[in-house]
Write a protein that binds this ligand. Structure first.
Ligand SMILES: CC(C)(COP(=O)(O)OP(=O)(O)OC[C@H]1O[C@@H](n2cnc3c(N)ncnc32)[C@H](O)[C@@H]1OP(=O)(O)O)[C@@H](O)C(=O)NCCC(=O)NCCS
Length: 383
């Protein structure tokens, strides 16, 4: 069986209130993903839809989206691993193509969070953790990641200023991303002075809920080489799961599911962290990005904060990370996020990233986490 490539990517604008229905939101990403491809929707022989349930009224959204995009009667189905749903979709698409069942698969991720208040959304996200042992005791997403931040500070001496520097970088790059919601420079003082959410995390240490969609068109080697100007090859896909309860975690200073997923992806690609030219990591909170540096092997455990201190994750540094502004600037429409990260790396590897372009980028990595570290997905892409 040949290789599998990403041949098209699209993303809606991420916003706090999109004002359109889920089907229209998905169309925006789908339309961009199909641009410039020498195929039509009739060549797509399956679709995979990813989101987290209970944010909008529509149940079983795959049938609805498939109909609206005129993909019927081709098969469609739903995948879910909360915030990493669209990366899980990409993994499944890769497997289906490798198995010879399909040749062109559309992976569509979406979330419309604006139908809920911020409080209701926090309650839904909390129930993404264990509903007996965690969420009733107040372990919402910010609270869970605040525990990780406190543990990292206690064990390694990481500081609130270092966390703030992650948001300063994200804000800096968010400005040049027309699809990001927050597009304004922030200083360390701005971040440190923002409202405390769950200490030590403040408002600007947190990503914001958003509406958005993403679409990745994946194809077999014979099709990809024929229809895409620059196919981007899927070199490695890693996935792992950790315990639902926080109490079950072996460590509170790194995400074991990310370490395991990275090991698998590097192994499959025959590459190591030193080979990665540009990366997108799941910065749902500033501490998440510092842990990702370590979990992916860009820094030793405990040394992640030094990378941001030394500006090694800026363009021109050792390993540029989240140079599209990350979740912190773009907003985080749960099911759409993984696809948006893939889109950024594909654009980098095609040399289409405009002012955010990392020179000569040929190998890129996407790290996408679901829940408070329950689901880890790492994808390595190669030009
Ligand atoms: C941090 C958080 C609790 C703030 O919620 P909130 O206090 O209810 O705030 P709101 O969402 O009502 O927003 C209040 C204001 O802060 C702004 N804001 C919210 N989050 C922001 C962020 N991350 N960066 C910058 N501004 C932000 C909003 O734009 C809004 O400003 P406006 O009134 O000028 O539009 C909420 O955004 C949150 O839970 N974030 C984490 C989401 C999450 O866990 N996702 C999954 C992670 S894997």
């Amino acid at each position: 069986m040949g290789d599998v490539a990403v041949i098209g990517t699209g993303q809606s604008v991420f916003s706090r209130k999109c004002g359109v229905s889920v089907r229209e939101l998905c169309f925006e990403a789908f339309q961009e993903a199909m641009e410039g491809l020498d195929i039509t929707k009739d060549n797509i022989d399956a679709s995979i839809i990813g989101s987290a349930p209970e944010y909008d009224k529509q149940r079983t959204p795959s049938g609805l989206i498939s109909e609206y995009l005129e993909l019927t009667p081709k098969p469609t189905f739903y995948v879910e691993s909360v915030c990493s749903s669209s990366s899980t979709g990409l993994r499944v698409a890769w497997s289906l193509i490798k198995a010879g069942l399909h040749k062109v698969v559309a992976v569509i991720g979406f979330q419309k969070m604006s139908e809920l208040t911020s409080r209701e959304a926090a309650e839904r996200m909390g129930r993404g953790g264990d509903i007996i042992w965690d969420s009733p005791l107040g372990i919402t997403m910010p609270a869970g990641y605040a525990m990780y931040a406190r543990a990292h500070m206690a064990k390694y001496g990481t500081t609130e200023e270092q966390l703030a520097k992650v948001r300063v970088k994200s804000a800096h790059y968010g400005i040049s991303n027309p699809k990001a919601y927050y597009r304004k420079e922030l200083s360390v003082e701005d971040v440190l002075g923002s409202q405390v959410i769950t200490s030590p995390l403040k408002l600007f240490d947190c990503c914001a809920n958003a509406d958005g969609s993403s679409c990745i068109i994946v194809a077999s080697e014979d099709i990809a080489t024929r229809v895409a100007k620059i196919p981007i090859w899927i070199a490695g896909v890693g996935a792992a799961t950790d315990t639902m309860t926080m109490a079950g975690r072996k460590s509170l200073t790194n995400l074991s599911c990310a370490v395991e997923a990275a090991k698998q992806a590097y192994g499959m690609a025959g590459l190591g962290p030193e080979d990665i030219d540009v990366a997108e990591v799941h910065d749902c909170f500033t501490i998440s990005e510092i842990m990702a540096y370590e979990d992916l092997g860009f820094a030793e455990f405990g040394e992640g904060a030094r990378l941001i201190d030394e500006e090694q994750t800026y363009i021109g540094g050792k390993i540029p990370v989240n140079v599209d502004g990350g979740l912190l600037s773009k907003g985080h429409p749960i099911g759409a996020t993984g696809g948006s990260q893939i889109r950024t790396i594909v654009r980098q590897l095609r040399g289409e990233a405009s002012e955010a372009q990392v020179k000569d980028a040929r190998i890129g990595l996407v790290h996408n986490i679901g829940g408070i570290g329950q689901y880890g997905n790492v994808t390595i892409l190669r030009r």
